[in-house]
Design a protein around this ligand. Structure first.
Ligand SMILES: Cc1cc2nc3c(=O)[nH]c(=O)nc-3n(C[C@H](O)[C@H](O)[C@H](O)COP(=O)(O)O)c2cc1C
Ligand code: SF4
Ligand code: SF4
Length: 252
């Protein structure tokens, strides 16, 4: 069983790749909001995985909520691996997840960070297709090495990045408090009223009113799925995103 969350497909790609290779079920954590499915029995499994993106050196809010609510029953503790997909710095996201999972008797045995294109285009530019392709190709090579360790059930903290809590925690707090506000979103006239953004938002923050997306929640995950998937690139955040392009993982 592999639990994952993804805004723009990086983590989906990784989770689905692992699920296919290991013939495991991949479960998107935001489905829990629709299905209520939060109890899992894994008696028949000797290995479970978690694949989540890093947000503000920490966990996406929905991931933290899911992990806190998650109830997993098992006869024997499975081997637990965790992959943090990130643009360059996982901060304390692995430690945060481990602290929650340990309380459920599911402490992480092997932790990895995996560098992938940074979809936070409020700060980063994704226009250079060549560079994006290279990062994704390198991620596939790294993923193979990660899978080798998982198959050997190697134990360790294999993440190459990480900040001490004193540096990460203020960024996470600031990000989750001030940088997840939806009032910064606006929609350009190029919108073709297709409602894709409404359908794709993992937390139902968007509703089409008179054919245009309107944010119904004051805060959201800030996963940028709506912005990156809009066929007309009509969703923007303040004046921060228009020059920086759109991204989603090429195979998703
Ligand atoms: C709101 C937000 C915050 C982010 N914060 C970080 C961060 O602190 N460190 C980092 O390396 N990448 C950060 N990123 C980049 C993502 O972690 C990275 O692109 C990830 O692979 C996206 O995965 P996904 O495509 O599955 O959503 C952030 C992205 C978003 C949308
Ligand atoms: S996805 Fe883009 S084009 Fe479609 S309704 Fe939303 S903003 Fe408009
Ligand atoms: S409104 Fe956009 S950025 Fe916010 S959670 Fe929904 S899809 Fe993600």
């Amino acid at each position: 069983m592999i639990f994952y969350f993804s805004g723009t497909g990086n983590s989906t790609f990784v989770a689905e790749h692992l699920a296919k290779a290991y013939d495991h079920e991949a479960i998107r954590v935001d489905e829990w909001l629709h299905t209520g499915r939060i109890n899992f029995n894994i008696d028949d499994q000797d290995r479970i995985g978690f694949v989540f993106p890093v947000y503000f050196y920490g966990l996406p809010h929905i991931v933290e909520q899911f992990l806190l609510e998650l109830s997993i029953t098992f006869e024997k503790k499975p081997y637990v691996y965790y992959i943090a997909t990130c643009g360059g710095q996982q901060g304390q996201s692995i430690k945060k997840a481990n602290a929650i999972l340990q309380k459920k008797g599911l402490g992480i045995d092997a932790a990895f960070d995996l560098l992938m294109p940074d979809n936070y285009t409020r700060m980063y530019d994704v226009n250079d297709e060549q560079k994006i392709m290279q990062i994704n190709q390198h991620a596939i090579i790294e993923l193979k090495e990660i899978m080798h360790k998982i198959e050997q059930k190697e134990v360790g903290h294999f993440a190459k990045t990480g900040f001490p809590r004193i540096l990460s925690a203020p960024v996470t707090l600031f990000g989750q408090t001030f940088l997840t506000k939806t009032k910064g979103f606006h929609v350009l006239d190029s919108c073709i009223h297709c409602a894709l953004c409404e359908r794709k938002c993992p937390v139902h923050a968007i509703e089409l009113i008179d054919g245009k997306p309107v944010w119904q929640k004051k805060k959201c995950e800030m996963c940028l799925r709506c912005l990156h998937h809009c066929p007309k690139f009509a969703i923007q955040y303040k004046n921060q995103t228009q020059e920086n392009g759109q991204y989603h993982h090429p195979v998703i």
